[in-house]
Design a protein around this ligand. Structure first.
Ligand code: AMP
Ligand code: MN
Ligand code: MN
Length: 342
């Protein structure tokens, strides 16, 4: 990241938050900022997942219904919605990062734990007059002018639902679909420890709005191109189990041989991490620029967020990631070294 960007975190590496959510005062300020704005610029983290995109789109629907002008984007150089999420309603509200206001009067960021994770829009965020950071990552130090951050909730979508409720706006079927996708993806279909009673209560309210959970589940998890099976086969063929660590990698060439786009391999970690003998699972995925996007998972004894943060990335204790420009072996050596000291 370029050093001149203004990150408004209280401390550069930020304190770990206490487990408390936004105060009444914070919510009040958010409602006032939204109420007084004519145009609101929305951004979520790069390579958006269900929570990032779902939270942002639900907010976009709501603000539009209030008569606001809304710009919504994410800062990837290749501006493309992952295939898995192309069924989401409201994608037509997205515009490429080049169309994003340079110095937004009011900007909101979703599911992004740092300014950097906004990619090409980090500069716009740093220049925004007001920047409302909506997030649930424990490592988020609050890099905006107002934080709506609660590390105790399962997804950023939980905070967005509260915002919509406080704005007095309805949860339409479209809004419910977007929020549910955020909730169901970040909780791993209500399997992760983040699945609190509140997460189920939110799911109940969203389902009551009329969404089709069966169709959403099929779109998210139960379909893939044939090439996925071949690439999964290659990844499984070279999987390694060593001292409680299971890991493998997927090259650009693996994917190219079967015409498989990068985002189709995101789910391979969910196959690898089932290994009973392993506490930690790692999948290195070579992206279209030749960089390795590293997915890591832990069953609880190891904080992979701490390891990934030390390697320049971040995430949650049980699911984290980082980017590497080294070779597979060098990357794994660095990972093992951090794992040993963890
Ligand atoms: P993934 O393995 O891509 O599903 O990512 C798991 C979690 O790790 C995400 O929810 C992010 O919070 C975090 N994460 C993944 N990649 C990065 C990265 N390059 N930098 C910071 N955080 C990351
Ligand atoms: Mn996310
Ligand atoms: Mn999230």
């Amino acid at each position: 990241m370029t050093p001149e960007l203004r990150d408004r975190s209280p401390r550069p590496d930020g304190p770990v938050r206490s487990g408390r959510g936004p105060s009444e005062r914070d919510w009040g300020r958010a409602l006032k900022l939204v109420g007084e704005a004519d145009e609101i610029a929305l951004a979520c983290h790069v390579s958006p997942d269900g929570d990032a995109l779902g939270s942002m789109l639900a907010t976009a629907f709501t603000l539009r219904s209030m008569g606001k002008r809304v710009v919504a984007s994410f800062g990837d150089r290749r501006f493309a919605v992952p295939r898995l999420l192309r069924f989401l309603p409201g994608l037509e509200m997205l515009s490429p990062p080049a169309d994003f206001p340079d110095e937004p009067a009011l900007m909101m960021s979703f599911d992004s734990s740092t300014l950097d994770r906004l990619g090409l829009l980090a500069g716009n965020a740093a220049r925004a007059r007001e920047l409302v950071v909506v997030d649930h990552h424990p490592s988020n130090a609050g890099f905006g002018t107002l934080s709506l951050i609660d590390p105790g909730v399962a997804a950023t979508a939980v905070l967005v639902e509260e915002l919509i409720r406080r704005l007095g706006r309805p949860i339409t079927k479209d809004v419910a679909t977007c929020l549910y996708v955020g909730l169901v993806t970040d909780t791993g279909s209500f399997r992760h420890t983040s699945t609190t009673p509140a997460a189920h209560e939110l799911a109940a309210r969203l389902v009551a709005a009329g969404l089709r959970t069966d169709e959403i589940a099929r779109e998210l998890w139960d379909r893939s191109p044939f090439g996925y099976l071949k690439v999964l086969g290659a990844a499984l063929d070279r999987v390694v189990l060593e001292d409680g660590l299971v890991w493998t990698y997927v090259t650009h060439l693996d994917r190219a041989a079967h015409g498989l786009p990068y985002d189709e391999v995101e789910g391979i970690i969910d196959v690898i991490r089932r290994t009973e003998e392993a506490e930690v699972a790692v999948v290195l995925k070579e992206d279209d620029d030749g960089a390795w996007q590293v997915s890591t998972r832990s069953k609880g004894a190891v904080d992979v967020a701490a390891i990934c943060t030390a390697l320049g990335g971040g995430g949650h204790a049980g699911a984290a990631g980082f980017t590497s420009h080294d070779t597979v072996e060098q990357t794994m050596d660095r990972f093992r070294e951090q794992l040993r000291t963890a």
